[in-house]
Ligand binder design. Structure first.
Ligand code: F6P
Length: 317
């Protein structure tokens, strides 16, 4: 069996571990693994490289991806399907393993299925916004990265009382990542794109916790009102200077956590076994904490951050 790996969309910690685990499994069984350099634009350009375990060893655990990705929607082009089929034939590829987040997994597997190309999708994004799975690859590492940043700020919260801290996470328009770290870091407030709030409420909440705890920690998801504007507003309301910590891509590129490395190992085995068994279309999902194969296209469900948890953190009844 010859498998081609393609990375599409944002990179995430754990991708290199999947590559390493899959390549080791495949080579032990006499199978071959290739990778497209530069996502689907790279594939359309026949940028295909062999993947060997030796090459992957130094990459295991590192953030990002040995195989470059792309966000260019090149599969809309007419003839894209024909061209991909021809390139796969030329390279004697039997099937594809696709890394991607919500956008990629909604859009690309249906196309590949129409073109008769077997594909297993691996939900890979720090955003944890893929329907049907409890946990995407990279999410846990991104949470851990955030705790390092917040713990640093908390040292000052203890040493210099009366400060307000605003930490902005990635996550796009999905608040799952911000909500999870706000919970884990015991933040006083969390601002998410999915839920509206009144300025007067936030102003009162920050002032009250400052008085009670001697500091205030607010976590905001990048897809809500920008952290910079909010920092200025909170400073205006309270008369206290607010420094905003914007984690940006640093949050996405950190080392893979233990949990993500284990998830990566299970994803690799599940995808490999499915393809060996002739599965044509599927996604690896985590259900009740276990990695299994969902033998279909991605369910088209909406993802909403847990409202009860949002209310609990924000002390809203
Ligand atoms: O991959 C998901 C994500 O990291 C989001 O959290 C973020 O909004 C987006 O990608 C950033 O994308 P880019 O790297 O293209 O700026």
């Amino acid at each position: 069996m010859k498998t081609l790996f393609v990375v599409s969309g944002g990179d995430a910690p754990g991708i290199n571990n999947v590559l390493g685990n899959y390549v080791r499994l495949a080579s032990q069984n006499g199978d071959t693994v290739l990778g497209a350099q530069g996502g689907f634009p790279g594939l359309l350009d026949n940028q295909i490289v062999p993947l060997t375990y030796d090459t992957l060893i130094p990459w295991m655990g590192r953030g990002g991806s040995l195989l470059a990705s792309s966000r260019d929607p090149v599969l809309n082009q007419t003839e894209a399907g024909e061209r991909i089929r021809a390139i796969l034939r030329e390279n004697e590829v039997d099937n594809i393993v696709l890394f991607g987040g919500n956008g990629t997994l909604r859009y690309i597997p249906p196309l590949l299925r129409n073109w008769g190309i077997p594909c297993i999708g691996l939900p890979t994004t720090i955003d944890n916004d893929v329907p049907g799975t409890e946990m995407t690859l990279g999410f846990d590492s991104a949470c851990n990265f955030t705790y390092h940043a917040i713990d640093g700020a908390m040292a000052t919260a203890h040493a210099l009382r009366g400060r307000i801290f605003l930490v902005e996470t990635l996550g796009g328009t999905c608040g799952n990542l911000a909500l999870a770290v706000a919970h884990g870091a015991d933040a006083h407030a969390v601002i998410l794109p999915e839920y509206e709030y009144e300025d007067s409420w936030l102003s009162e909440r920050v002032s009250a916790v400052l008085k009670r705890d001697g500091y205030a920690l607010v976590v905001i998801c990048e897809g809500s009102r920008g952290a910079r504007t909010l920092a200025d507003d909170i400073a205006k309301w309270t008369g206290i200077r607010v420094r905003d910590v914007r984690l940006g891509h640093a949050q996405r590129g950190g080392i893979a956590s233990h949990r993500d490395r284990v998830l990566a190992a299970h994803m690799a085995r599940t995808a490999y076994t499915a393809l060996k068994n002739g599965v044509q279309t599927g996604i690896t999902v985590v259900q009740s904490g276990k990695v299994t194969l969902y033998e279909s296209l991605l369910p088209q469900a909406a993802i909403m951050p847990d409202q009860a948890l949002y209310q609990e953190i924000n002390n809203i009844s």
